[in-house]
Ligand binder design. Sequence first.
Ligand SMILES: Cc1cc2nc3c(=O)[nH]c(=O)nc-3n(C[C@H](O)[C@H](O)[C@H](O)COP(=O)(O)OP(=O)(O)OC[C@H]3O[C@@H](n4cnc5c(N)ncnc54)[C@H](O)[C@@H]3O)c2cc1C
Length: 590
Amino acid sequence: MLLSIILLLAGAQSVFARCKCVPTDECWPSIDTWSALNSSVDGKLARNEPIAKPCYQGPGYSSELCQSISSNWTSNEYLAEFPIGYSYPLVESCPPVNATLAGYPQCDLGNYPVYSVKATTAADVAAGIKFARDHNVRLVIKNTGHDISQRSQGYGSLSIWIKSIQDGLHYHDRYVPGNGSCPSNWTGSAITVGGGYVWQDVYDFAATHGVIAVGGADPTVGVLGGFMQGGGHGPVSHFFGLGADQVLEYKVVLASGKLVTANACQYADLFTALRGGGGGTYGVVLSATIKAYPTRPVLGHNLDIVALNGNDDAVINATGNIMSKLPALSDAGYSGTAILTPYAGPLVYTHPFLNLLENNSTEALESAKDAMKRLILDDLLQHNGTSYLVLSTFTTYPTFHAYYSSTHHTTPGSNRPIMASRLFDKQTLESPKNNLTSLLETVTAQTVPNSTLWATLFNIVAGGKVLDPVPHTSMNPVWRRSHLLFQQIDVWPDNAGTEEIQQYRNDLTQIKLKAMKDMAPGMGTYLNEADPYDPDWRQDWFGVNYDWLASVKKKYDPENVFWCWRCVGNEGWEEVVGGAWFGPLCETGK
Ligand SMILES: Cc1cc2nc3c(=O)[nH]c(=O)nc-3n(C[C@H](O)[C@H](O)[C@H](O)COP(=O)(O)OP(=O)(O)OC[C@H]3O[C@@H](n4cnc5c(N)ncnc54)[C@H](O)[C@@H]3O)c2cc1C
């Protein structure tokens, strides 16, 4: 089988104009050449081994180590500690399983990088880029490895891993542009994030200065990479705009190896592309200065609707009704993510929403509570105890950090979930012509028998400030008229075979995503939380900005040193997979 795949790849490769060198090629750099790179980056080059290799017979086998790897395998924090740790790989080539299982006869790197530069300086980054260019090796950029469309992975690649760049977090009472020449109308405070930090680091740091930063709901997401460059939403984006909207300045190493400062005055096109046009393709970001806002008191609202006596339909109906009220709830200052999921038992709708209050006054508090009661609770509570149980609690917190620290926000990693999503505008959600309950029935239906692992997410992370047009941003413009990011996540069972997995993927793209698109035509979605197999990904993820973004990519990386699947400007190259899941990157000549 392996031999036939190799032959297929070799045959397929020969029809392409030029391919990046992979370890089986003669053109792959020699050990001495890699050693020279290692010396030039002061010993920071790692030759990668699959993390779960100790689970497999052969050199390095250790059942004890394997146990420890297995028990940490779904922890995104654990995985982020490895140069080739990935939270949601589309293909898993070395899972920490009993290696005697027929399904996993071997363990290899798959489409993970072969070498990683654990960069700590701009010079390390430039050395990695130069090496990849000079030796025709595929290059990828990795931060936490959270990307769900394998944009920080690459078969036969060299990776630049930015986690070890730790130039600190710096607080500015008032932002002054780096080169002193760029006027800024931002008079508030700012934070410079100097390297591979995650949002938990920044939230904690911001709290010590009494400010809030616009980060992810999940604290393990990286700050500088896919999140910020791809848009970035979270608990407070509704109040201040998306993550990309917050960036005042970037420090970036270009494909040429040059370190530049990009802001509204210099490298303004690059600055704009890095504020929404997606990570991994324009250059390597080393730091970003972002806006910070004075902290505010928070009203939290927790709601659970639990189906009684198997009455799941009633919960779906109630959720459809809530969905139509989400724009109004968002306009009343509520934000957060609601989830509809069976939790392997009765169907449950649950939301931990927050409302950043303007001040501590009783009026502000009561007005926020009244909105929730009027829009959601009054109607819902009439049915409490009949077909479902309703639990509703309000809690106040003195600061955003107190609110955020009061609950867990981490999500487990796995290669089994698949996701499709759509941004919805107010008109679509509020129109009586649109049957939201029917949409929910379609997306939650599980055609694969016994499938109980799924979740429908209602992110009211847009609306509010996100609706304001902001100069120098390149997110899909449909964000500026969205109130809801709607997501369906399906998870295939552990023992699913190839055909079953394909059925899950087909259902998601061809039925569920299609239903979302049919209801919200002309919209699009968030490129970081989208179906990787969406055939219209360029239009749906970037909208009218795609062609302009591709021109910026071409300007700053004319030789395609940076290349990722599902990234802007990846035309002209293709992964030649043959019958396998991954393969060498080759120029198509188109
Ligand atoms: C558990 C989990 C929770 C999430 N929660 C949220 C959320 O609340 N809000 C939200 O908006 N998104 C969320 N996401 C999506 C997240 O924003 C994306 O997965 C994002 O791509 C992660 O970026 P990263 O840099 O951490 O990951 P990586 O996989 O390391 O990188 C992602 C992309 O950015 C590129 N990149 C990384 N570092 C750099 C750099 N320094 N310079 C240039 N390019 C770089 C990579 O090449 C790749 O293309 C979540 C994802 C996961 C897995």
